[in-house]
Design a protein around this ligand. Structure first.
Ligand SMILES: Nc1ncnc2c1ncn2[C@@H]1O[C@H](COP(=O)(O)OP(=O)(O)OP(=O)(O)O)[C@@H](O)[C@H]1O
Ligand SMILES: CC(C)(CO)[C@@H](O)C(=O)[O-]
Ligand code: BAL
Length: 275
């Protein structure tokens, strides 16, 4: 496994194809490992798997956790090696953004909803760095987790609307045995908060169980769970079509939730079959 920290080194690295990229902000866990394993599976033993690790300042608001975001490069590299990664790209902020970019990606209206309501400008920052990383790594496929479902949806829209020649591969959310979605931010939680955080998954599964009774029943069941833990502050609970447009009838839908547990903000989502 090779570690590169400059764009020049990355570009000069062997151009083995097929090539898959997994983009992360580091603090790797089993969710990231699942993306890397799926990447290897898809490119085969002779293809290459590229991992990017970069805490992207452009996607953090001024009061968010950019400074305290966990940075654990040594253990990230050990996990990457264990997953058979060929190349790690871990640039510094100055390397990736030698100047404040004046041209960025405009993500369209979905970026102002859900996460975008609470984190204005977040998805412009995400799509700008994802676009840069796609240019720099030039992959055949790029894998993203369903845990960040709105991000995945917007990346798909960008790749389609801007004719980017890459396959976007979704990977199911990896959960703890009790249902909590793995997230780098889980490490901010103390023991009590870790227990409280489980209400997100309880709300989603209660909603999913109510699917046969229609959208109102789904939202009511999920809200009832969330209201039972008043210390958890809900940012939004929403039921949408799989492309995050409005629900227009029976069939598959997505329920998404975001909430603050103490000072930690967590998100999760689930697929729901509506009758
Ligand atoms: N539990 C998970 N299951 C599957 N994919 C995941 C999971 N957690 C993160 N990912 C995916 O890993 C990629 C990198 O995500 P990121 O580095 O932000 O990790 P994270 O755990 O989501 O961190 P954060 O706590 O900042 O949300 C994204 O495509 C994300 O959707
Ligand atoms: C896609 C990403 C690596 C861009 O910084 C980030 O938003 C993430 O980790 O999900
Ligand atoms: N996992 C999405 C990146 C972020 O929260 O900024």
């Amino acid at each position: 496994m090779r570690l590169t920290q400059t764009k020049a080194e990355l570009r000069a690295a062997a151009a083995i194809r097929p090539r898959a990229v997994v983009m992360t902000m580091g603090a790797l866990h089993e969710g990231h490992a699942a993306l890397l394993a799926e990447a290897r599976e898809r490119v085969g033993p002779d293809g290459s798997v590229v991992l990017t690790i970069f805490v992207n300042p452009l996607q953090f608001g001024p009061t968010e956790d950019f400074d305290r975001y966990p940075r654990t490069l040594a253990s990230d590299l050990a996990i990457a090696k264990n997953e058979g990664v060929d190349l790690v790209f871990n640039p510094s902020r100055d390397e990736l953004y030698p100047n404040e970019p004046s041209i960025t990606v405009h993500p369209g209206p979905l970026a102002d909803e859900l996460e975008g309501m609470v984190r204005p400008g977040h998805f412009a920052g995400v799509l700008t760095v994802v676009s840069k990383m796609l240019h720099l790594t030039s992959p055949d496929l790029a894998l993203f987790g369903e845990k960040d479902y709105q991000q995945l949806t917007l990346i798909r829209e960008m790749v389609c609307d801007l004719d980017m020649d890459v396959d976007i591969v979704p990977v199911q959310t990896v959960r703890e045995p009790d249902g909590l979605a793995l997230s780098s931010r889980n490490r901010y939680l103390d023991e009590t908060e870790r227990d409280e955080a489980l209400v997100l998954y309880r709300a989603l599964t209660a909603g999913a169980k109510a699917g046969m009774n229609g959208p109102d029943a789904v939202l009511a069941a999920a809200h009832a769970e969330l209201e039972a833990v008043p210390s958890v502050q809900i940012d939004y609970l929403a039921l949408r079509a799989p492309d995050l447009g409005p629900v227009i009838g029976p069939g598959e839908a997505r329920m998404l939730v975001a909430a603050r547990v103490g000072t930690t903000r967590l998100i999760d989502n689930i697929s729901i079959t509506l009758r």
